[in-house]
Design a protein around this ligand. Sequence first.
Ligand code: NAD
Ligand code: TYD
Length: 351
Amino acid sequence: MKTVLVTGGAGFIGSNFIHYVLQTRDDVQKLVNLDLLTYAGNLENLADIENDPRYTFVQGDIRDRTAVKAIFDRCDFDTVVHFAAESHVDRSIEEPEVFLTTNVVGTQTLLDAARDHWKLAPEDKYSRAYKPGVRYLQVSTDEVYGALGKTGLFTETTPVSPNSPYSASKAGADMVVRAYGVTYGMPVNITRCSNNYGPCQFPEKLIPLMIHNALDDKVLPVYGDGMQVRDWLHVKDHCAAICAVLDRGEPGEIYNVGGNNERSNLEIVRLVLRALDKPESLITHVKDRPGHDRRYAINNEKITTTLGWQPVYTFDQGIAETIRWYLDNRSWVEHVISGEYQNYYKKMYGT
Ligand code: NAD
Ligand code: TYD
């Protein structure tokens, strides 16, 4: 991996990934971040590296064929790591359409540009030969598998059965990536990870929303009984897993990535309150999310045994560091929640 296109690099995981790569990978000579800067994209996440000679930011839409092709023509990428997406389940319930256009059509646009650029014999429609060493990695989610009951874990062969417009759009994108691998022989991978946590996560998602509300002594809105379970993964462990797949992953393979760390939502909320020395009386049970998946949990065996990746963060360490980051970066939160987020919050939670 020498010349890397990262899409959605101004978001939560993408910005952590860019830092991770620039800090740990001397082999990367150029990294371009293509991001539309939607409400979820924030260049403040990257302010400390904006003058790094290896890094370039391009504002653009992955659905814009002309713009995406132009970036490939300018930079001879050998690696694409595709994070850009509409990523929030609750928003997908309110406004599904943009999830389909960005997550599915945007993915196809990117695949087409990579295919055109990497194909060795563009005039031969049957050719499956690509430039050596190229790789397209689709960052997907365990939510494509749907919901688990009390027991069991998602493996890579669990049938895809998404329940929200968000997870349906991610599953649709995965199917397109898979088809480009099978039909055109493109060297693709898909990673499906569990819920990430860590610095720079937009405060519409559970952990930063609860930290932010608790700090302001606002109610903590827990959907339904709060006993839904997620398998929390530290974002830096996720970044290491993506690099492991880029370095050693078999083309065409899917890799699940999880933190071996199942927690109920109520457990998370109580932990945040304890860490901030705030009372449990702030917890307020609100109407449940429609179609709410009860439990997600990942079987990591494939990536650990075949690629040697392991999560290294304990949840105690990861969550303590994350809460500390939000305490130390209150102005970051204030900036990202000004404007559009206030309207969203009123629409979602009524206050
Ligand atoms: P995020 O919402 O924080 O960031 C998404 C980024 O994509 C933003 O910077 C946004 O500006 C950009 N973007 C959106 N539409 C775009 C478009 N049309 N063109 C170009 N850029 C666009 O998301 P995240 O939490 O960092 O998630 C990144 C990826 O990881 C997503 O694909 C998501 O589905 C996947 N994922 C996330 C989690 C999680 O817990 N956050 C878990 C599993 C998978
Ligand atoms: P979220 O962070 O939106 O991630 P996902 O839905 O992709 O798993 O939500 C994590 C869990 O927390 C999920 O079960 C929904 C729940 N939740 C609440 O109970 N209250 C909230 O205000 C939010 C945002 C989420």
